[in-house]
Design a protein around this ligand. Structure first.
Ligand code: 13P
Ligand code: SF4
Length: 301
């Protein structure tokens, strides 16, 4: 049996559901029952009721699946796949900020650890941040964490003055305005789409700044035929597969998140065989971490 066939057989036996983020390796995306962005994957985890969820992506995403689906065994096939940005806001540092600024509402990007989520008021993802923050009272003091780029882009777009935590995505932060300019010169007819984790200088040069799910919807619905893609290169696989008649150009140098590439089909197979490594969360902590995600889903179901 091939690795893929063994995975299929184990999946059927266990009633397992394989979820994968849009940045994972093509061969992992091909194994998955559902491929999506952070928000879509959270929703899937919350509604699926599968006895076993195999989460191919970075740890905070697998933790979110466990927070929302506590009765499922949540497998994280490669436990070394973390998100460096999520680790830039520790629960202790956030608690210290709150103690000093008790009247500030703390909004956390979903790219935070479960432990940090216990210290925040409400979560958002890049797919719903704009709507969610636009709905908050204009005079309310807000801290946005951990991504200062996403926060600054939201401030620019919405005319807000949220305080920004000094974190960033090392992958998107490396994209420079000159990389966009070079791609535009090479492909003058293409639309530029970037992720809002890019710096404001990069977003200013783009036609659209969208979540990975938003990008896929945009290119599907657009009349245009050519797109320059300013985000992790894994998304190009799905874009090309779903839109064979359109052209998608990556930036140079390639935009790569090493952590999203860690999970392999072999990791998925071993995790299903061993039912490990699992995401385990202390129940009291899980409930506290769920509150800001529930608030997000209640505002924008
Ligand atoms: P999306 O929610 O847009 O998929 O983004 C997740 C992420 O980690 C981007 O770097
Ligand atoms: Fe984290 Fe950036 Fe990788 Fe997304 S691309 S998982 S934010 S390090």
């Amino acid at each position: 049996m091939t690795v893929e066939e063994e995975i299929g057989a184990l999946k059927r036996k266990l009633g397992a559901l394989i979820l994968a983020h849009n940045y994972t390796r093509p061969e992992v995306q091909d194994l998955a029952d559902f491929v999506g962005d952070s928000l879509e994957l959270s929703r899937k985890a919350a509604e699926c009721r599968a006895p076993v969820i195999v989460f191919c992506g970075v740890r905070f995403m697998a933790e979110t699946a466990k927070i929302l689906s506590p009765d499922s065994i949540v497998l994280h096939p490669n436990p070394h796949a973390g998100c460096p940005m999520a680790d830039m806001a520790s629960p202790e540092a956030v608690a210290e900020y709150r103690a000093k600024h008790p009247d500030t509402l703390v909004v956390a990007y979903v790219n935070t650890t479960a432990a940090t989520k216990t210290e925040v008021d409400i979560c958002c993802t890049s797919g719903n941040a704009e709507k969610l923050i636009a709905g908050l009272p204009a005079d309310r003091k807000i801290l946005f964490l951990p991504d200062a780029n996403l926060g600054a882009n939201l401030n620019d777009k919405l005319g807000r003055k949220m305080a920004l935590w000094p974190g960033c995505c090392p992958t998107h932060n490396k994209i420079l305005p000159e990389h966009i300019a070079a791609a535009k010169e090479q492909h003058p007819g293409a639309l530029v789409i970037v992720h809002p984790e890019c710096t404001p200088a990069v977003v200013a040069l783009a036609d659209q700044a969208l979540s990975t799910g938003g990008m896929l919807k945009f290119v599907r619905e657009s009349e245009k035929k050519e797109f320059i893609i300013g985000t992790e290169c894994g998304i190009l696989y799905r874009m090309r597969k779903e839109n064979p008649e359109k052209a998608f150009y990556p930036l140079e140098p390639a935009v790569l998140c090493p952590n999203m590439k860690k999970t392999t089909p072999e990791d998925v197979l071993f995790s299903l065989r061993d039912l490990a490594p699992r995401i385990e969360l202390d129940e009291a902590m899980r409930k506290r971490a769920k509150a800001p995600i529930d608030r997000m889903l209640a505002v924008l179901p």
